[in-house]
Design a binder for this molecule. Structure first.
Ligand SMILES: [Zn+2]
Length: 349
């Protein structure tokens, strides 16, 4: 979401004036209706205070907005492909569905054509689109910090609730009664590199990831299955602590993350993550360096895998590990963020 007030004012003006030269520059999420639009949408314009501006359609989807039926922000202006319309509508009818080959065949749509068309026009594949919409719905209550789950926990669950479906598909069904299952709390943190999700109990932080990270859904699933936990929206001390520390980190005033962490992984993964924490800010290591430091010089591939399995972005600095040839290598949160983090840390030295 765009927070800069001047930028927001500029975009709002463009929205009211339906300026076509802002097409593709921003999307507007309307909090009063839950839809997102392109700048030139013919519908009545929302009030300024109900507008949230996004740079990409994917960001608007992850923030739980659905595409507007009138301006169809997921189609090129004046060029609505039937296939795209069919697929977007299918998702709205069943946003929780995970798409498989047979689902495309049932609609007589070629999966690879769908992938190409979506990618070309919206910068994401259809499956990524479906995932962003699904995650957006699941994250909705986390983003708004809604108390709804707590109310439902107290009053017993309506099993037909669509909310429960969208949310529990990813976050685990909260217990219908207070029993001995573990509860973790999840919160939405806006950072200058985009929104993050933090998951913690009362004592430790378990997960910190960018909301648009590829594989986040599986990561959350793995976490809650391993811990036999359900995740509900809320705040805990570690979440408040990491939020403060991230603010300081982005301002360049943080010396060390002190929020207590809970690392969920194999022994080897845990050892790799401990190594990562030894890399000082402003420096980098290669995957081979990490393997050597662990006394297993041939295990650099395993080290790279463990690096990628890190669930505590920024705090466990997997972004400080690069290829031996000096290339940046991969990053779950996207290569642009890795680059930004490294140059931010370098300039703070
Ligand atoms: Zn619209």
């Amino acid at each position: 979401m765009i927070h800069n007030e001047e930028r927001k004012a500029e975009y709002y003006k463009a929205l009211v004036e339906k300026k076509s030269d802002y097409e593709g520059i921003f999307y507007v999420g309307v909090t009063s209706t839950g839809v997102f639009c392109r700048p030139t949408c013919p519908a009545r314009k929302p009030k300024y205070e109900n507008c949230e501006f996004y740079e990409t359609a994917q960001q608007a989807l992850l923030a739980s907005f659905r595409p507007c039926q009138r301006c169809r922000p997921l189609s090129h202006p004046n060029q609505v492909s039937d296939m795209i319309r069919v697929l977007v509508e299918a998702i709205e009818q069943n946003p929780e569905k995970r798409w498989k080959g047979q689902d495309f065949r049932a609609l007589s749509i070629d999966e690879s054509t769908a992938r190409r068309q979506f990618k070309k026009r919206f910068g994401m594949t259809f499956v990524e689109y479906a995932r962003a919409r699904r995650m957006g719905l699941a994250l909705k209550s986390i983003r708004s910090g809604e108390k709804i789950i707590r109310t439902q926990l107290a009053s017993g669950y309506d099993s037909s609730s669509g909310f429960r479906d969208a949310f529990s598909r990813i976050m685990g069904a909260p217990p219908t009664r207070f029993d001995d299952s573990r509860i973790l709390k999840a919160a939405w943190l806006d950072t200058r590199l985009g929104p993050m999700i933090a998951i913690a109990d009362d004592n430790e932080l378990y997960l910190l990831e960018f909301v648009d990270r590829r594989g986040l859904e599986r990561e959350v699933e793995r976490l809650r299955k391993r811990l036999k936990a359900a995740i509900i929206p809320g705040q805990t001390l570690p979440i408040q602590s990491i939020e403060r520390e991230l603010t300081d980190y982005f301002e360049g005033t943080l010396t060390e993350f002190k929020t207590p962490l809970h690392l969920v992984g194999s022994d080897f993964q845990q050892r790799v993550w401990e190594q990562l924490r030894q890399i000082p800010p402003g420096e980098t290591r290669s995957y081979a360096d990490i393997a050597v430091a662990l006394g297993k010089p041939t295990a650099y591939r395993a080290a790279a895998q463990a690096n990628g399995a890190n669930q505590l972005a920024i705090v466990i600095p997997c972004h400080r590990v690069i290829n031996s040839d000096g290339e940046l290598g991969g990053y779950g949160g996207g290569i642009a963020r890795k680059e930004w983090l490294l140059s931010h840390e370098k300039s703070g030295k």
